[in-house]
Design a binder for this molecule. Sequence first.
Ligand SMILES: [Zn+2]
Length: 279
Amino acid sequence: MTLRNLVDGIFVDTDGTNGGNYGAIVLEDEVVMIDAGMIHTKSREVKDFLIKETGLPILKIVFTHSHSDHVFGAQAFEPVSLIASAPTRKRCEENLKGDWKVENLKKNYADVKDERPDLWHALQDLSIRLPDVVFKTYIFLGNNEEISVKLLGGHTAGSATIISHPHNVIFIGDLMFSGQFPYGGDPTCDPDRWIMALEEILNLGIETIIPGHGPVCGLTELEEYMQALIDLRANVEDATSSSMTVQEFMNEGMIPQEIQNGAERFAERTLNHWFQFYG
Ligand SMILES: [Zn+2]
C-alpha cells in the first residue's frame, strides 16, 4: 500500500499504482475519502489501514470526477456515501449503461490482463453503483463545514475540487496532471472552462495542491501548468484555423515543453477532442 501521511490529518497516494491519486481527510469523528483508486483489492488495504490508524469510520467518498481510475475502487469502502456533482452522476449513469457493463469492461480491459494482473483480477468482481449524494454547485462536509466541495468543470463537466480548510490543502483531481500531458479527451471536456478553473484555484492561494496524477505540488507548479494549457490551447486554435492535422501538430513539436512528458500516452486522444472543440 502506497498511502502516506502528507500533513497531520491528510493522507495521500500519488504513486499511480492504484489508478489516479486519492487521499483521505481526517475530521474529528470520521474520515472522508477523496476518490477511491481503481483497484478495489488495493483500496481495501487503504480502508483497513485508515480505520486502524485513526480509530474512525469512513462514511463518505467525494469523487473529483467520473473516470474509472478514480471511482472503481469505491466498493472497498462500502457501506459508504458516494458524493458527486450532478454532471458526474450523469456520466456514471451513462457509463453504467455502456462502458461499465461487466461484459464491456472485460472486453475493453482484455489487453491489460498480463500487464496489469491486479487490475484484471479486481475487474472480475467489480461492482459499481451510482453516487447517492449529489450536489449542484457546492457541498460542505464536517460538523463545522471543515470541507468544501465545489463544481468547476473543465476536465470533465462534473470536475470538482475539495478544500480541507483546517489543513489548508486542496484536491483538484484531473484538472492537473502534475508535470505531465493531461488526458483531456472526455466528451464533456471544455478547455476554456478548464483554464478558468485553474485560474480560480490559483487565486485561492492554497499552497498544498493534490493533483489527480503526479506529485503533490504548490502554486508555482500550478501556474506553470495553467500557462502550458493556455499555450496548448493557442497552438490548437492556430492549427485548426490553418487546417493542420493532429498528427502534424504532434510531429511539429507544438506541445509545450512543460507537458511533453506523457504526451505519447494522451496527446492524440486529447488533441482529437480539442481540435473538434475549436474546429
Ligand atoms: Zn485520472
